[in-house]
Design a protein around this ligand. Structure first.
Ligand code: IPE
Ligand code: IPE
Ligand code: MG
Length: 244
């Protein structure tokens, strides 16, 4: 059941929202707790946000869970996050699937452990026929890494004679990206007050609208998402053109 029945779709709201879920560490620190406490609180926020999507008219939600740069953190934090992802995927699986949500993962799986990869595959398979909110989780994802991996495969197709160099244009490359089945994000939200994109959806966000908000991710709510969707609706997206 919706927590707030007053939240309704905004007529000109975003169809695809992408979120850089930042601020878990600072949230925990403010409470004198270890960083992982913040990551657990952050993971618990995801469900409310996913569940609000149909009411807000958001068909695609993409969330940044772990970047290719996050391996630079301490071994304790990285291991804690990986175990959180395993538990979260296993536990949330039923609830998510029951709500007609389709889950996909983007990012490079090579560095992830086998157990986690198996859970990711299983969740993608089990929700593969779901037609509601299309949830994409970016895990070991980096925009530059994604473009490099895409280019490698594109170059291989050229080398094997499946693609001619003169046919490569801006419609071609995105077909090789992890996001090839998704539309570009309309609205990218970053929590925690940092005004940077930290390697998230570089190609795809070329014309996205951005919202950098001070709320730390574990404090983010469906109401706040609703407010951001509303202000998105008032924006004038020109895509380089001028109004007729
Ligand atoms: C975002 O929160 C979660 C991940 C990057 C995994 P942070 O852990 O970056 O939190 P802050 O930025 O240190 O507060
Ligand atoms: C971006 O947050 C990655 C995720 C939210 C998963 P970071 O906290 O890693 O980004 P920086 O280091 O502040 O740029
Ligand atoms: Mg951070």
């Amino acid at each position: 059941m919706p927590k707030d029945p007053d939240i309704a779709a905004h007529p000109h709201g975003p169809g695809h929202v992408a979120i850089i879920m930042d601020g878990n560490g600072r949230w925990a620190q403010a409470r004198g707790r270890p960083r992982l406490f913040g990551h657990h609180a952050g993971a618990r926020r995801v469900r409310e946000v996913v569940e609000a999507c149909p009411r807000l008219g958001i068909k695609y939600l993409t969330i940044f869970a772990f970047s290719t740069e996050n391996w630079k953190r301490t071994q304790v934090e990285v291991a804690g996050l990986m175990s959180l992802f395993r538990r979260y995927i296993a536990k949330e699986m039923q609830a998510i699937a029951a709500n007609n949500v389709r889950v996909r993962f983007i990012g490079d799986r090579v560095r992830l452990d086998k157990k986690l990869i198996a859970l990711m595959d299983q969740l993608e398979q089990e929700t593969g026929g779901n037609t509601g909110t299309q949830l994409t989780i970016a895990l070991n994802y980096g925009g530059r890494d994604e473009v490099a991996r895409a280019t490698k495969r594109l170059a291989q197709d050229v080398a094997d004679g499946r693609l001619r160099p003169e046919d490569v244009d801006e419609e071609t490359l995105p077909k090789y990206l992890d996001t090839h089945v998704l539309p570009d994000p309309d609205l990218v939200i970053r929590t925690s007050g940092e005004a940077r994109i930290s390697n998230f959806l570089l190609w795809q966000s070329a014309y996205a609208e951005y919202e950098f908000i001070d709320t730390l991710w574990p404090d983010f709510t469906a109401d706040e998402l609703s407010r951001l969707c509303q202000s998105y609706g008032a924006r004038d997206r020109r895509f380089g053109s001028v109004k007729a």
